[in-house]
Design a protein around this ligand. Structure first.
Ligand code: NDP
Length: 328
């Protein structure tokens, strides 16, 4: 038996509740690889799956945790052998399949990526799904060409935004970080932001479809009115990598930035990335992420802290990266 954060649902009231309890290997889902989980993290989706109503979960009891890193304990797949270090993001693990908030997880071999050299399991989860997605966003911007101007990062003090800021800065770009939390300025400058932009300055309804050209690229974790406004501020031919919708799913924009400025809107999906892309992104993370800066973003947590952290992340109150030591 081992520890896991288990979410249960009361059939009568429909209420869900989450608590640390003991489960057995025989309860884990089918899969070729059994992993001794070492670390997981807390993402917005985890908040939804832990929170009231169960969010993205369709059957209970459920073990959330959309990402994890650990060591292979047993494998029926030739690609993995006991002792290999592995990382998992995506595949709806932790949503429609039991995930990483447990000391063991069983998954399909295709879902895993070998941990690249230079990254340990704790640092891999300091990166987590948010940082992996930030890397995918940076790679998408690079593929389309980053223009000679500051790169805007929205939701900068959050998970995706923090890692995107650190990576872009390490790659030599000027980074303008948008935040609604002025108290995070020192933190964001520590990650390499060269300019802090107040959320209120950008988060207004679009008044004119085109404004002065300001940004050579953008990683947008916020969506909604902020994304709509940013589109009209992009430099000619620049790209926005749209990652999230922390500020809303609507997009009250016009087509003018696309027609008259050739702006590219690139959608980033970390869940169904092909294996080669996942390997490439993790290798880039091992190479391009300033791990000392990431260290400063880490907030350690245990399985028992997760119900509160899940609620906090839904309110946009989590700063940086929570790293959950499932064995603590
Ligand atoms: P966090 O909660 O850590 O960060 C989101 C940040 O957005 C907050 O810290 C805050 O930044 C800002 N924000 C929150 N609410 C608002 C609002 N109403 N208006 C403007 N800004 C707001 O989440 P993550 O960074 O982990 O994820 C960000 C988004 O990306 C989420 O929507 C998530 O679901 C999505 N995502 C998508 C993935 C994909 O594959 N496409 C993968 C991972 C995440 P600040 O305090 O600095 O203003």
């Amino acid at each position: 038996m081992f520890n896991a954060l288990v979410v249960t649902k009361d059939d009568e009231s429909g209420k869900t509740s989450a608590a640390v309890s003991q489960i057995g290997v025989d309860q884990l889902p089918e899969g070729e690889v059994l992993v001794a989980v070492e670390y997981s993290t807390v993402n917005y989706k985890d908040g939804l799956c832990i929170g009231p109503g169960g969010g993205l979960v369709r059957s209970w009891p459920h073990v959330p945790g959309i990402d994890f890193a650990g060591t292979v304990e047993a494998s029926e797949d030739a690609r993995y052998k006991p002792g290999d270090k592995v990382v998992l993001t995506g595949w709806r693990v932790g949503e429609n399949r039991w995930g990483g908030y447990a000391q063991k997880a069983r998954v399909k071999a295709d879902m895993l990526v070998p941990l690249p050299q230079g990254l340990d399991t704790r640092m891999a989860m300091a990166v987590g799904t948010a940082g992996f997605t930030a890397m995918l966003a940076v790679m998408a911007l690079e593929d389309h060409g980053i223009k000679d101007g500051p790169v805007l990062v929205t939701g900068a003090a959050g998970g995706v935004g923090s890692v995107a800021t650190a990576i872009l800065s390490k790659l030599g770009h000027k980074v303008a970080a948008v935040t609604g939390r002025p108290e995070t300025e020192d933190y964001l400058r520590g990650l390499g932001a060269t300019e802090i932009v107040a959320r209120g300055e950008i988060n207004e309804t679009v008044k004119r479809p085109l404004e002065s050209e300001r940004w050579g690229g953008c990683v947008d974790a916020v969506g909604g009115a902020m994304l709509a406004r940013v589109l009209g501020q992009m430099m000619y031919g620049a790209s926005v990598a749209a990652v999230g919708l922390a500020g809303g799913a609507g997009l009250p924009a016009t087509v003018v930035p696309f027609l008259l400025r050739g702006v590219n809107l690139l959608g980033i999906d970390s869940v169904m990335q092909p294996y080669d892309n996942r390997v490439r992104a993790w290798e880039r993370i091992a190479r391009d992420l300033p791990q000392d800066k990431l260290e400063a973003m880490i907030r350690p947590a245990t399985l028992g802290d997760l119900p509160q952290l899940g609620a906090d992340i839904l309110k946009g109150q989590v700063k940086g990266r929570v790293v959950v030591d499932v064995n603590a």
